[in-house]
Write a protein that binds this ligand. Structure first.
Ligand SMILES: [Zn+2]
Length: 203
């Protein structure tokens, strides 16, 4: 058995840059005061919440938030949106992406998946068809299955102790691995996300 592993970008919850200029377009303010630290709830496996910094512009008085890397004002992290886009580009429909994420306990509805894909400007031309179908087993103890090249394969989302997130696709037939690797590589290589691909032997 070979495990193809797609590694999603890390989040740096403690790294929040200081603002360089005021987000108000008509204001040229460059000096700010840290006004407040606020908790931002997130839909991300490893980080259910992060701290954001609220700054006040000393020129115009406007207050705004600065977020850690990989986090924006949106309820999902960038890497979860990247993951949704990646799954769509591997062949799943918008609805199937939402279903698979839900099986992994990440809540992003079909229209949010659609918006995430649209925001990247990806056309259907740059979409692959590696994954043809999704099957979520009712009992929930087994990983969801995806049908690739007419074989059902388990697909899992793993979070390690360093809060890294990985998608594992287990391929039983070693002779088929390069075919999968090629298909996934072509998607990951043109991805806006910094996603790496590793091949390793599963235990
Ligand atoms: Zn300002």
């Amino acid at each position: 058995m070979v495990c193809l592993q797609i590694i999603l970008p890390q989040i740096e919850p403690l790294h929040i840059s200081a603002p360089a200029r005021c987000p108000i377009e008509t204001c040229s303010g460059t000096t700010f005061r840290l006004h407040q630290k606020v908790v931002k709830p997130l839909r991300d496996h490893a980080y259910p919440q992060v701290i954001a910094h609220r700054y006040r512009c000393l020129t115009c008085g406007h207050t705004f938030r600065m977020y850690p890397g990989g986090v924006t004002h949106q309820p999902t992290t960038q890497r979860i949106r990247d993951l949704a886009v990646l799954l769509y580009r591997l062949g799943l429909s918008y609805g199937a992406v939402a279903e698979l994420l839900e099986a992994w306990k990440i809540y992003m509805c079909k229209s949010q998946v659609y918006k995430a894909v649209q925001s990247t400007g990806i056309t259907s031309k740059r979409r692959g068809n590696l994954i043809q179908e999704l099957r979520i087993l009712p009992l929930g103890n087994q990983p969801p299955l995806v049908r690739c090249h007419d074989v059902w394969l388990p697909i899992e989302l793993i979070t390690n102790e360093r809060h890294q997130m990985m998608v594992n696709l287990n391929i039983p037939d070693q002779a088929q691995v390069s075919k999968y690797q090629e298909a996934i590589n072509s998607i990951v290589a043109t991805s806006t996300a910094s996603i790496r691909l590793l091949t390793k032997a599963a235990a």
